[in-house]
Write a protein that binds this ligand. Structure first.
Ligand SMILES: *Cc1c(COP(=O)(O)O)cnc(C)c1O
Length: 372
């Protein structure tokens, strides 16, 4: 039986990539904001519909440097139902992540619970567009304005999404996108911050290159090394040419999943959100054992026996990380919806090269198990 992994990187035709990197053997300009780097930043800003894009070695460093550039401190309100990176980036700056629960519809931050978590120490909200579901960006905007808070979206899952006809990074002060190999758009490793305020362009240039004002000997700030290489930027230029095709293939797989699993008692799927152009980043399924007779772990095991790999994504919650609990304790953590999700969610295989017939095979294994 053919192996179906949970994810698989989208790659351009080999010849196309080789052609893209050929000039590097002439110029020997392989890193430090070379021509591929500059072109990718420009093309991404166009594609994402935002004024500025600064690219970095990976999404996590992009998020850390966004936190740095905005000068966040004290407490930041965020969600624990995310990849560890979100919480880790906050904690790396000595900031306390204050966990807000998620909502039951799309698993993004529950906007009705944000305000009760705000204290005099709160400086920002870092919500996550989890699975490619948009947060309630307008409600978050209102709360942030009212309390004078910054907003950085963890948009690692949200590449190419639009909300109300605008690129999703139109909302908040900044949005971080990850270009990791497993994401909708990839540069193998990479990431960016998208934003509209001109004043951060130079700051990000310095932060990612050891705090230097690039091209001078001046070092006005403490920076790091978070530069993207030309080899990675070239992969981005190629993949960006194919992005619509990647997203469309994902959509075909999702439509088949929905057709086969959409009306089953005990299986809960995410709905398409109104006024949102989706990117089909993940396909999370919630299993309710009382109704369908099997739980998430039993489904995962059965799939594995059939050489199909699904993932408990996200489990555990980041509020259950040992390092979080050791540092901040558990007194302030009240996230029952997130907890229930982490215990019952399974993300099924989804990637640009996944075939519709493979989706049928996956669904049939699940449906057979439920019938028994
Ligand atoms: C992938 C991911 C990140 C980190 O991105 P990297 O590019 O892997 O560093 C951050 N947050 C979320 C939600 C992610 O899925």
């Amino acid at each position: 039986m053919k192996k179906i992994p949970v994810t698989s990187p989208a790659l351009p035709p080999f010849e196309e990539y080789v052609k893209e990197i050929e000039s590097l053997w002439e110029t020997r300009w392989v890193t430090h904001t070379g021509p591929k780097h500059s072109e990718l930043e420009k093309k991404l800003a166009e594609y994402l519909g935002v004024k500025h894009v600064s690219i970095f070695a990976n999404g996590h460093l992009a998020l850390e440097l966004a936190i740095d550039a905005l000068g966040l401190k004290g407490e930041v309100i965020t969600t624990p139902f995310t990849f560890g990176s979100t919480t880790q980036a906050i904690m790396r700056y000595g900031i306390e992540p204050v966990f807000c629960d998620v909502n039951e519809e799309d698993y993004t931050i529950d906007v009705s619970k944000i305000e009760e978590l705000i204290t005099p120490k709160t400086t920002a909200i870092i919500p996550v567009h989890v699975y490619g579901n948009s947060c309630d960006v307008e409600a978050i905007d209102k709360i942030a304005k009212k309390h004078n808070l910054k907003v950085i979206y963890d948009a690692a899952h949200a590449f190419g999404m639009e909300v109300n006809g605008k690129g999703i990074s139109a909302y908040g002060d900044m949005s971080m996108f990850s270009f990791h190999a497993t994401k909708v758009f990839n540069t193998i490793e990479g990431g960016c911050v998208a934003y509209n305020d001109d004043k951060y362009v130079e700051i990000f240039r310095s932060l990612r290159q050891f705090g230097q004002i690039v091209g001078t000997d001046d070092v006005p700030m403490v920076g790091t090394n978070a530069k993207m290489t030309e080899i990675h930027a070239a992969m981005g230029l190629c993949n960006l040419r194919h992005i619509d095709e990647y997203i469309n293939n994902r959509k075909l797989a999702v439509l088949k999943y929905r057709e086969m699993l959409g009306n089953i008692d005990g299986i809960k799927l995410c709905k398409d959100q109104e006024d949102v152009l989706h990117n089909y980043a993940y396909f999370p399924v919630i299993f309710d054992k009382e109704k369908c007779g099997v739980d998430r772990d039993e489904v995962a095991t059965k799939l594995q026996e059939n050489n199909i790999f699904a993932r408990k994504y996200f489990y555990p919650l980041t509020s259950d990380f040992e390092i979080y609990q050791k540092t901040y304790g558990t007194d302030r953590v009240n996230v029952p919806v997130a907890k229930d999700l982490a215990d019952n969610v399974l993300t099924l295989p989804l990637y640009a090269d996944l075939l519709v017939e493979d989706v049928e095979r996956i669904c049939n294994v699940i449906l057979d198990l439920i019938k028994k």
